[in-house]
Write a protein that binds this ligand. Sequence first.
Ligand code: GAL
Length: 650
Amino acid sequence: MTETPSRIRYGGDYNPEQWPTPVWNEDVRLMQQAHVTTVTVAVFAWALLEPEPGRYEFGWLDDVLDRLNRGGIRVILATATASPPAWLAHRHPESLPVSIDGVRLAFGSRQQFSPSSAAYRHHAMRLVTQLASRYAAHPAVEAWHVGNEYGNHVPRSYDPESQEAFRVWLRNRYVDIDALNAAWGTAFWSQTYQSFAEVGVPSAAPMIRNPTQVLDFDRFSSDALLALYRAEAEIIRSHARDVPITTNFMGFFKDVDYWSWAPHVDVVSDDLYPDPADPRSRVLSAAARDLMRSLGGGKPWLLMEQATSAVNWRPPNVPLADGRHRLNSLQAVARGADGVLHFQWRQSAAGAEKFHSAMLPHAGEDTRVHQNVRRLGEELTRLGDLVGADVPAKVALCFDWDSWRAIEQDGTPAVVDYLDTVLRFYEGFLRRGVTVDFLHPEADSSGYSLVIAPAAHVLSDDAVRALASVSARGDALVVTYLSGVVDENLHIRLGGYLGGEGALRGALGVRVEEFAPAADGAPFGISGGISGEAHFWQELIRVDDAQVVSTFDSGFAAGSPAITVKRHDGGGAAWYLATRPSTALMDELVTAWLADGRVAAVFDRAVADVETVVRGGRRFVANHAATPTVVTVDDRRIDLPGYGAVWVES
Ligand code: GAL
């Protein structure tokens, strides 16, 4: 995306196939008035592009792209493979996905394909070959959008073709069946397999399914979707050498491991629909933006979809009050996005999403929503200096799909919400105005002076070593409850959790002996060097070589250490936290951890509804509350109206 580097991209999905051609002329004119730079075309157009197998109708798309080109609007061209046409389901019913209960899903919605279907793959690749050869050199096309939201609706299919593909994947991973038996711990409950032919997908079963089989199927399913993405991208690449290729991620989406996907997209792009009725959505959305930036190793990313106001898939579809669409958009830019796009340009008159907001509502241009859209478009034209700019961070928060999936399986010590657990720590830093990057636990963290590993349940030996190196090199490490419990095969690390006998236990100077999730929601006190309230979780830990900062006052673990720190030669510090802190206790802990990491907070005390982040020499400050507020940043007083957001020199 190098042609117009001085503009933040602005626009959305454009579905002209839903409208008669006279509307297309009006669309281009109104897009220009709204300062739209970019639209995503043909996301769900397969049935119109290929009405019968092998009969292609590209005339209408030629026309649309030419009109957009004449109007100066750039196009992100979709490959249209997210929703196969009726003829595919009719001729190849085996291409339809099968649910965990063995139900074959029907045609009539969208994304009704098994990731391992040979028929789907054959026809999808044929269409992509046609599209890529026809439009590779089209002057309007500035990027390619492969599929759409891979894994949304159908992340896994339990059909016979998926079963076969799973076996191939397992053979590649384990080579021989004994290795699979060892990894899956099949000596338990008489699950031993004699050959790969006996191994199936983890469909609905009488009781808790084999944990490693379930996790491997999760990994396989993410990989199967990635293989589809990569096959399409390869075809496009063979026709369009220098045009960026992407697919839209979905923020924190459990079913697809974006760490493994990110190296295969030229630019990370994301869809995010923060819920205006959820007061915590400000945390989730800031974190999702930071995740997208982190997935790309700090590179700018693209907000591919968001809503201008209400969606149509929540129980009540609450509209965005004035200011909130702008705030969401600028938050994305401030946290690294070089583009702000939407679902969709023109609100549909028919179909499943006719009540979903758009840039141009049913009621037309003289509307609250469209006037806001125009104003924002105009404002973004003045932020061109941010294109390509970095968002510096000194704090890294470990995030890992294996831990997410494993800790939320059946048969674990408690029902744990992994994302919520991670976001509680993220929020602690957000409330102090400290920017955080997300990091895979195995990744090199040497650019960060403070590394937090919350509920890092699954740790490979590489991850154990990577985390242990943080305090050894003189930086600050924080490891929390439920970390280092199992390896990548979900086998317990024996000899005390926290990586067993390994390096992490040495770094922290503690070992965890027993888990004690609390039976009720009642808080328990923590007292000592840092005092406050905690909830949900206690652990019995043994201190080998660390300083006890605080102990539990009550509950199963009363009198036992709750917070420890081991100070290392060279200034490093390794903290262990054996419980879930209340918000107030978290604020205290964050203060201590920032001090050990030599990271300065922007707000000297925690601020609930205001966020701030620096990008490219501009500091973004935003108020997520409906009421006005005042904050002090760098000794400057900043007045913010309700849902107000400003940029100040940093
Ligand atoms: C996304 C999808 C869009 C549209 C949107 C509605 O999941 O990619 O096509 O359905 O949601 O919010």
